[in-house]
Design a protein around this ligand. Structure first.
Ligand code: CU
Length: 365
């Protein structure tokens, strides 16, 4: 099994991944993963070897684009998609927010031609970004539409019965079964949820995680808000990742940058959902940012251009770009960057948002 490692893939050019992964899937009898990149573009191996930026600042594993429509989700929409749930008022005046999340199984093209047999919440990876205000009552109906037991384990403060782990409360939710998790939104900050069924790393690495934001009661300053979940995919099931990304699709924001406006406050909710690698990081070019670890304080602890996060760690970044143009952000682990975790901000002139910067629509509460 050691004839195909990601380090050999890097050394030999990433396009080998397609064929290699397919061969391995056959060899070890893994389910439906397929990889068609090499077949789709024969003889071009090495054109974009290593997945680094090519002509015009584009990058990919071997050229081509991921079919977001076939995947059922688009990282360019996920990055500004916040789900406030269905809201109503409780007798005590508090806000009740309700969601339904379903676990399912689907094939996801995580890089051009590289398909991964994923498990997901609501058909997308990362799952919906659930957002509430400190003190709200939250009610999450979880339906297991997959073929394996799953749970939803939320970070935050709640009772043991609502912790979403085996043996407590509803425990593991069997295929076809459902449960309701209910608790208060506390503390304010940037949290996450994920499946907590063993083998834990596999359930998470399959794609069963999402962002959970609890806003402070007084809110945060107005900003262009982005959610970025750093993740990776072990496409040959050797407990090492072959593809790295923010919001699942390698190089998605290299090929189509995230557009922001000069001098406008940009706030990034950064979550590390990566498995198999202990540390991930976020490095910004041409600028610095304030960093709020776990988002639980309104005072930043650091003014920097690089933060690292271990598994499950997260934090809020706030920045303003003084200069227009394209600025990279990527993992400072160069190996991760070359395997997909490399992106661009494109900073546009204020007032020319429509002409120079087509900003994706935001979902309002
Ligand atoms: Cu699971």
């Amino acid at each position: 099994m050691d004839q195909l490692t990601r380090r050999r893939l890097l050394a030999g050019g990433v396009p080998a991944l397609g064929l290699g992964a397919a061969a391995l899937h056959g060899a070890i009898g893994q389910p439906t993963a397929t990889a068609t990149a090499a077949a789709a573009a024969p003889g071009r191996a090495g054109d974009h070897g290593g997945g680094t930026a090519g002509h015009g600042g584009h990058a990919s594993f071997r050229g081509g684009e991921v079919d977001h429509e076939a995947n059922g989700f688009d990282p360019h929409e996920i990055v500004r998609d916040f789900d406030y749930g269905k809201t109503s008022k409780l007798p005590d005046g508090r806000t009740l927010r309700e969601w339904t999340l379903s676990a399912s199984e689907q094939e996801v093209e995580v890089a051009p031609g590289i398909k991964f047999p994923a498990w997901s919440f609501n058909g997308r990876i990362p799952g919906p970004t659930l957002r509430a205000t400190e003190g709200d009552r939250l009610r999450i109906r979880f339906v297991n539409g997959g073929r394996h037991p799953h749970t939803m384990h939320f970070h935050g403060i709640h009772t043991a019965a609502m912790d979403g782990v085996a043996g407590l409360g509803a425990g593991e939710i069997a295929p076809g079964e459902e449960t309701v998790y209910e608790f208060d939104a506390e503390p304010f900050g940037l949290h996450l949820y994920h499946c907590h069924v063993r083998p834990l790393a596999e359930h998470i690495a399959k794609g069963m995680y999402g962002t959970f934001i609890v806003d402070p009661k007084a809110g945060r300053p107005e900003a262009d808000e982005l959610v970025m979940v750093m993740n990776g995919f072990d496409t040959n099931f050797d407990r090492a990742n072959e593809v790295y990304a923010v919001n699942t699709i390698g190089f998605a924001y290299m090929n189509r940058p995230i557009q922001v406006v000069r001098d406008e406050l940009v706030r990034v909710y950064l979550v590390n959902a990566l498995e198999y690698d202990l540390i991930n990081s976020f490095h910004l070019h041409g600028n610095f940012f304030d960093y709020f670890p776990t988002g639980t304080s309104l005072k930043p602890t650091e003014f920097t251009d690089t933060v690292m996060q271990c598994q499950g760690q997260r934090g809020i970044l706030e920045m303003r770009f003084p200069h227009t143009g394209k600025f990279m952000f990527h993992a400072h682990q160069s190996e991760f960057a070359e395997l997909g975790w490399m992106s661009f901000f494109e900073v546009c002139e204020p007032g020319n948002r429509d002409a120079l910067c087509r900003i994706e629509p935001r979902k309002e509460p």
